[in-house]
Design a protein around this ligand. Structure first.
Ligand code: MV4
Length: 506
């Protein structure tokens, strides 16, 4: 198996292969020569200079590396070429096995409006609205009245929230339509815009599906992904506090129907908006393994990556839908090289020290080690910390404990931010929706430092004081120590003694 990816997901896939007795080939850019994924694979092939446009995104080089090493299959991971129809086709045309859905299924779900049309044709609920591009402000006004304000204008060619405009009343409509068109044109080269009812304060809930090549399509249940910022997920969990067993069954059946409509095989995910009344609406299908797949693995006991390989090898899924229900609770925190206290500014440097949490219910999916260089060429996600607990409260407590145990020195990371989220009463209640994080961020970051940080500061202060004291007692002449008007040395020493005792008590 050749893994056409890097970082934590390459390591994750290599682990699954080795557990199945499959030999692995890593590919790497010049920037990744010393990365863990390269060392953990059985073989590795250099594919180019650091920019991904000259390495991880060059399909021909990946296929050539597979040929050269005798690899039989390619796993694309997520990002990079994972959802490029042409690459899935090129892999197949080269006589290699593609560990992912058929190119035709990628194409069917590739355009958001095409996916919406496909969903409607197969009775999959979507947000009320149109798919046809709006012709002018007059037509937009009529449709807005029909669906009812607030409405949302979306770019037909869009994705990731670009070209979206919320319109709360008729007076704003014409200007919003112009703005949405301009943004759509500049982002996608296409100014087509359509209209949907705006769902206020929804959750982002997605359903993991697994489909074999013999017609079995199963739902592995939901993931709650509402804790996101600017369309970047930060924390995911399974199950969702907003989904009970009957709703899980309904959403699962719906996702399976959407997957069948696309001729889906392998692992995929249907994204939904879930409103506060328990109504759900299909948004799109991700035709790849997702970053957050481990939370589903921990609550179902099903190794999704291993099943991706077995499905591609023609095996049948041995489970029935009635066998699958979530047990306990899993939470994932994305550990990124970003400074949350500084507007999530990307941080670079060398990882000087890395201490990983372990213990009951703790999983680390990482692609870094002490000595790793973190640059700006690739995604800032360094690793994922995932925990399992018997219930949500235990999972939150366990995640907090694991985050406190985690030490990453050398670059700023999202660790402290995650500790603050775990301490937040709204998060603890599961009272979250897609705008929650952005609304809550000022109060999350404004709070005084976490107790652990104060302890670390106390210890650091103690060590510095100790160094100062020993330096003075060995090098400084006695006469210079006590000058008139200064606090007596005894007083200073007793303060330092106190901080030392206090710091070391924890
Ligand atoms: C919406 C919506 C509310 N109402 N559609 C954002 C990206 C795109 N994939 C779909 N998105 C949304 N569509 C209607 N009719 C709110 C969002 C949305 C969102 C959706 C999922 C996850 C995060 C989000 C953050 C902001 C807005």
């Amino acid at each position: 198996m050749l893994i056409a990816n890097r970082g934590e997901i390459a390591v994750r896939i290599i682990r699954a292969c080795h557990e199945l007795g499959v030999r692995t080939v890593a590919v790497y850019s010049e920037a990744d020569a010393r990365s863990p994924h390269v060392r953990e694979a059985d073989e590795a092939v250099l594919i180019g200079p650091p920019p991904s446009s000259e390495s991880y995104l060059v399909g021909d080089r990946l296929i050539a590396a597979a040929r050269q090493t005798g690899a039989e299959a390619i796993h694309p991971g997520y990002g990079f070429l994972s959802e490029r129809e042409w690459f899935a086709r090129a892999v197949r045309d080269a006589g290699l096995v593609w560990i992912g859905p058929p190119a035709e299924a990628i194409a069917a779900m590739g355009s958001k409006t095409a996916a919406r049309t496909l969903a409607v044709a197969h009775g999959v609920p979507v947000v009320p609205g149109t798919t046809e591009p709006l012709s002018d402000a007059g037509e937009a006004a009529k449709l807005a009245e029909k669906f009812g304000y607030p409405i949302l204008l979306k770019a037909s060619a869009g994705g990731g929230g670009k070209g979206m405009r919320v319109v709360s009343g008729p007076k704003e409509l014409a200007a919003a339509l112009d703005a949405a068109r301009r943004e759509a044109k500049s982002s996608f080269g296409d100014d087509a815009v359509y209209i949907e009812k705006f769902i206020t304060r929804p959750r982002h809930v997605e359903i993991q599906v697994l489909a074999d090549s013999h017609g079995t399509v199963l739902s592995l249940g939901e993931r709650e992904c509402s804790v996101q910022r600017r369309h970047q997920k930060m924390i995911e969990e399974a199950p969702s506090v907003a989904v009970d067993a009957p709703l899980r069954a309904k959403m699962g059946e719906t996702a399976v129907r959407a997957a069948r409509a696309a001729g889906y095989v392998n692992a995929g995910t249907c994204e939904f908006l879930l409103d506060d009344g328990g109504k759900f609406y299909f948004l799109e299908m991700n035709t790849r393994l997702q970053v957050e797949h481990p939370v589903t693995e921990l609550v179902t006991g099903i190794d999704i990556v291993q099943w991706q390989l077995r499905i591609a090898a023609g095996e049948r899924l041995p489970f029935r839908q009635s066998d699958i229900s979530p047990r306990g609770w899993a939470i994932e925190c994305r550990i990124t090289s970003e400074d949350a206290a500084n507007g999530f500014l990307p941080s670079t440097g060398r990882i000087e020290h890395l201490h990983l949490p372990s213990g009951p219910g703790v999983r680390w999916d990482g692609g870094i080690e002490s000595g790793s260089e973190v640059g700006l060429y690739y995604d800032p996600m360094l690793a994922k910390l995932i925990v399992w607990g018997a219930d949500r409260e235990q999972a939150v407590r366990r995640m907090r404990r694991a985050l406190v145990d985690l030490v990453i020195l050398g670059v700023e990371t999202s660790r402290d931010f995650h500790i603050r989220v775990m301490d937040d009463p709204e998060f603890q209640r599961g009272d979250i929706e897609i705008q929650w994080l952005e609304r809550r961020l000022p109060s999350l970051l404004g709070k005084h430092p976490a107790p652990e940080l104060i302890r670390v500061a106390a210890i650091a202060g103690t060590l510095l004081a100790e160094r100062e004291r020993t330096a003075r007692s060995t090098s400084a002449p006695l006469e210079s120590k006590g000058k008139a008007g200064e606090a007596s040395l005894d007083a200073v020493d007793s303060w330092k003694q106190f901080s030392r005792v206090d710091g070391l008590r924890y």
